[in-house]
Design a protein around this ligand. Structure first.
Ligand SMILES: *[C@@H]1O[C@H](CO)[C@@H](O)[C@H](O)[C@H]1NC(C)=O
Ligand SMILES: *[C@@H]1O[C@H](CO)[C@@H](O)[C@H](O)[C@H]1NC(C)=O
Ligand SMILES: *[C@@H]1O[C@H](CO)[C@@H](O)[C@H](O)[C@H]1NC(C)=O
Ligand SMILES: *[C@@H]1O[C@H](CO)[C@@H](O)[C@H](O)[C@H]1NC(C)=O
Ligand SMILES: *[C@@H]1O[C@H](CO)[C@@H](O)[C@H](O)[C@H]1NC(C)=O
Ligand SMILES: *[C@@H]1O[C@H](CO)[C@@H](O)[C@H](O)[C@H]1NC(C)=O
Ligand SMILES: *[C@@H]1O[C@H](CO)[C@@H](O)[C@H](O)[C@H]1NC(C)=O
Length: 288
């Protein structure tokens, strides 16, 4: 119980002092500062985890910081091999990317992996996320709407000068720049990295047809016991066109739903649409 409290307190300090710690991301790491040579660490007494983190942000090569409530140890060793992974009574935090490949940090949503090259039905999507991850599930209805907005306005925004794939800079999430997945637009990325909708743009071996793969995404959302429920526990109204449904859903016929680009019924959102559970879709996985 005491350790749990200390743990929560440290997290509270880290969260409350985001500005102080230079907006670095920290994740817990097993480590024992006893294994660090004296010249490779800065050690001082403090009862403030925030101070410990702030001093480490200012020090170079200090990606690992350990704290036991009375002492702060900032590890400045360039090589953390042999230091990380050791069980101790210290609470240690490692700075850097929290998400591990192929997951990327989406600040509003967590560590996500958009699986767009494996089109499967809902049942299969449920069990297809890599080990250590699960189908993405928004924590609030506002987050569900924010994800729709993100997909439409950022992830699948109209590419600059119609450049895509290798010809364009990768997106912040590490994915290649896609083409606009509208049915009537230049939705295929062709072999030279230009968006087009001619047969030659869509059918070559390296061509990607975004009209086929990026229009609909399964997430952890299904009708359970006659109630539409996200895996996070958030329930959704069954009234037609209520948030986050498209204007024509739900129909109360199937138990599956996905985020679908519905440009004709709503010109700006990826909305939730009730679908036949057999329909093939892409899906979004979230690191546990
Ligand atoms: C191809 O894209 C152009 C430009 O957006 C559009 O006018 C045309 O209708 C599209 N053709 C097809 C077959 O989608
Ligand atoms: C890709 O599209 C651009 C623009 O339409 C075109 O100039 C180029 O020849 C296309 N590349 C291939 C390999 O078809
Ligand atoms: C559905 O409701 C029944 C009866 O209330 C309950 O026993 C069952 O556990 C529920 N199933 C789920 C998946 O929540
Ligand atoms: C779905 O069911 C709810 C009540 O459970 C009802 O209010 C709504 O109108 C139904 N939608 C359709 C399209 O039938
Ligand atoms: C699209 O849906 C969103 C959210 O439901 C709504 O705020 C917006 O006004 C709609 N846009 C149009 C053009 O209907
Ligand atoms: C879903 O699609 C399958 C295959 O096309 C069909 O057999 C089934 O009846 C459909 N289910 C519903 C609820 O529409
Ligand atoms: C989903 O796909 C799997 C594997 O292809 C298949 O066995 C299963 O019957 C499908 N389920 C539905 C609901 O279509």
């Amino acid at each position: 119980m005491q350790f749990w409290c200390l743990y929560m307190l440290i997290f509270w300090f880290l969260r409350e002092n985001d500005a102080v710690i230079n907006s670095r991301l920290w994740y817990t790491e097993k480590a024992d500062p006893a294994y660090v040579a004296a010249g490779d660490k800065i050690e001082f007494a403090t009862t403030s985890m925030a101070r410990c983190a702030a001093v480490s942000s200012a020090a170079t090569g200090a990606d690992l910081v350990c704290y036991d409530g009375v002492t702060c140890v900032i590890i400045t060793a360039a090589d953390l091999n042999g230091i990380r992974g050791r069980v101790s009574n210290w609470k240690c935090f490692l700075a850097g990317s929290r998400c591990r490949y192929p997951f990327y940090e989406y600040p509003e949503f967590g560590c996500l992996n958009f699986v767009t090259n494996n089109l499967v039905n809902f049942t299969t999507a449920r069990t297809s996320c890599p080990i250590g991850s699960h189908l993405y599930s928004p924590e609030t209805l506002a987050e569900a709407v924010a994800m729709s907005d993100y997909l439409f306005n950022k992830r699948y925004a109209k590419p600059l000068d119609n450049l895509c794939g290798a010809a364009a800079p990768t997106l912040p999430d590490g994915q290649p720049q896609p083409c606009y997945p509208f049915a009537f637009d230049l939705y295929c990325c062709n072999a030279t990295g230009m968006c087009g909708n001619k047969t030659a743009d869509c059918n070559c071996p390296t061509c990607v047809n975004y009209n086929k793969i990026a229009k609909r995404f399964y997430v952890g959302f299904e009708m359970i016991n006659n109630t539409w429920t996200f895996d996070s526990g958030v329930t959704v109204s069954k009234a037609k066109a209520s948030v986050p449904w498209s204007t024509v859903d739900p129909k109360n016929v199937t138990t599956c739903a996905l985020m679908n680009l519905v440009p004709l019924s709503n010109a700006s959102w990826y909305q939730y649409a009730e679908v036949n559970c057999s329909l093939a879709g892409a899906y979004i996985c979230e690191w546990d």
